[in-house]
Design a protein around this ligand. Structure first.
Ligand code: GAP
Length: 517
């Protein structure tokens, strides 16, 4: 999908009630978004798919819903007060502020662009005989670019891990990176900027009353580890899952809902015996990829990316990256967090956070493997995959363009639309409303009688409704209806009594969950 199509997707999301800019009437608030009527349905379905895949499908994973506000010491123990920073750099001429690492990543993307150019040129030249893999592995210029990328990534990773901000500045200068806004190379020093938002408790002044808006949901799970373990009598290994809001004062806020200041996370912490963490890291790495692929996302749009720069709490980390319209970017992170969090909370709170392992007959602080995915980012991935412009046959025997969201049926905001063929025939509308009233008990469906049937189909295509049920004159004779499938445009004739079973079979979340077994 090109940048051009991405712009169309963003405006489609607004036009059809999926996503609005927050406080739009005041010209909006940057990097904050509201979900409209279809957006909230899609978002809820994504959350349901995730929740059920974790909590319902694993008898050793349970859920919680912890508060956004936590004791301020939580964030000291977790390392967020001291280390949850982004490296910032300002341009002295344009006065614009950037994330230093993002400037370098954008530079890498430009080199990747050069590689793609070489590949496309060769593709044209060699036609069907072209072996892309071999070309990438052997072509001297491509090899030179790949080496450059590797060297930049390694140096940036090492400098960020070591907190060597001087070297990050040096790297920006050596690479000749200019301000994207002004072209200037007049940079300030690189400094650290803490990403947590804070606010103040009403009854305590000063540092003591300083509260943070959680930057991740994970800490609510860590501090409840023993509460949950004891009340559910779980044995290690076991997991705790949570979906909830998180807040980060992102400096680079762009690319629509990809990077937001207020967003939602779906996180699962899996508590394991020390020493077994890599085994479980591999398990969750594979299982989470399966979850994404169950949605029908093609292999070439998903890939793993090992972290070069490990977070302060991790001993191994991998991203699942999705091919967004602006390139491959992180969609989900899988991190082996060791016993860092539980041990830090144990130390700062003075309360034991240990598990007695009957198998080993000993107490220990468990190790943790986490899976962490942003709901909004997943939403954007689903929309990106779904947005399609295509030519389809029209009523006059010709062709017409349609915009259709090919959202997996189980995630679609509306499962079916009930449409009387024409609106001015009362027998048809009465029958259609009967069908609608029957089905609405079980499915999120719509009734629509306004405009010609073709236009109503287009409206449903635009919001991704997988099935349109048309009530026509034959229905009045034999209680059969036409069911039009969104992607193939196939039309099936079936009895009204079969509809509930048909929709259940094709739109239930279980159609996805079965692929995970
Ligand atoms: N508990 C670990 C953690 O929070 P992270 O890699 O910082 O790890 C996990 O975030 C996921 O949360 C990311 O993969 C992404 O999907 C989502 N995420 C992070 N920051 C975000 C932002 N500013 N806007 C939208 N989603 C974000």
């Amino acid at each position: 999908m090109s940048e051009e199509l991405f712009k169309k997707l963003v405006s489609h999301a607004k036009k059809y009630g999926f996503i609005f800019q927050s406080s739009e009437i005041y010209d909006g608030l940057s990097a904050v978004y509201d979900y409209g009527p279809y957006g909230v349905e899609l978002k809820n379905n994504i959350k349901e798919y995730w929740w059920k895949s974790m909590v319902q499908m694993h008898d050793n994973i349970v859920g919680i819903d912890s508060a956004i506000f936590m004791h301020p010491k939580t964030w000291k123990a977790s390392g967020h007060v001291d280390a949850f920073n982004d490296p910032l750099i300002d341009n002295k001429d344009s006065k614009k502020r950037y994330r230093a690492d993002v400037l370098i990543e954008d530079h890498i993307a430009k080199i990747e662009g050069k590689i793609n150019k070489e590949v496309n040129k060769a593709k044209k030249r060699f036609g069907d005989d072209f072996d892309e893999e071999k070309f990438r592995a052997e072509h001297p210029r491509v090899q030179k670019y790949l080496t450059q990328i590797k060297e930049i990534q390694e140096r940036m990773g090492a400098s960020l891990s070591a907190g060597d901000l001087e070297d990050i500045k040096l790297l920006i200068e050596e690479l000749g990176i200019t301000d994207p806004a002004s072209g200037s190379r007049n940079w300030t020093e690189v400094r650290q900027f803490n990403l947590m938002f804070n606010t103040q408790l009403g009854n305590i002044s000063g540092e003591e009353g300083k509260l943070y808006l959680r930057p991740e949901t994970a800490q609510g799970i860590f501090v409840n580890f023993l509460n949950v373990q004891k009340t559910t009598r779980q044995k290690i290994p076991f997991g705790i899952a949570q979906i909830g809001k998180a807040f980060r004062n992102e400096i680079v806020a762009r690319q629509f809902i990809f990077r937001m200041r207020e967003f939602e996370q779906m996180e699962m912490q899996y508590f394991v015996q020390p020493g077994k963490e890599m085994e479980w890291f591999d398990y969750w790495k594979e299982h989470r990829m399966k979850w994404h692929k169950a949605l029908g996302t093609s292999d070439d749009k998903l890939r793993y990316h090992d972290h070069d720069n490990l977070a302060h709490y991790a001993n191994a980390a991998v991203d699942i990256e999705f091919k967004f319209p602006f390139g491959f970017k992180e969609l989900e992170g899988i991190h082996s967090r060791t016993d860092f969090d539980l041990s830090s909370h144990q130390e700062l709170s003075g309360k034991k956070l240990q598990y007695f392992d009957p198998e080993m007959n000993e107490n220990y602080v468990p190790y943790v493997v986490e899976t962490s995915i942003g709901v909004d980012r997943m939403f954007l991935a689903v929309m990106t995959n779904a947005y399609t412009e295509e030519m389809v046959p029209d009523a006059s025997g010709g062709e017409a363009e349609r915009v259709v969201l090919k959202i997996p049926a189980a995630l679609a905001p509306i499962k079916a639309a009930v449409l009387p063929l024409v609106k001015n025939k009362e027998e048809l509308t009465t029958k259609a409303k009967e069908v609608f009233d029957k089905l609405k008990l079980f499915f999120n469906i719509q009734y629509d009688e306004k405009d010609a049937i073709g236009r109503r189909y287009r409206r449903q295509d635009a919001i991704g409704t997988p099935f349109c049920i048309t009530i026509d004159f034959e229905t009045l004779d034999d209680n059969t209806v036409t069911v039009r499938e969104r992607d193939s445009l196939d039309q099936d004739r079936m009895h009204i009594d079969e509809l509930a079973h048909y929709l259940e079979k094709h739109t239930n979340i279980s159609t996805l969950l079965t692929k995970l077994i």
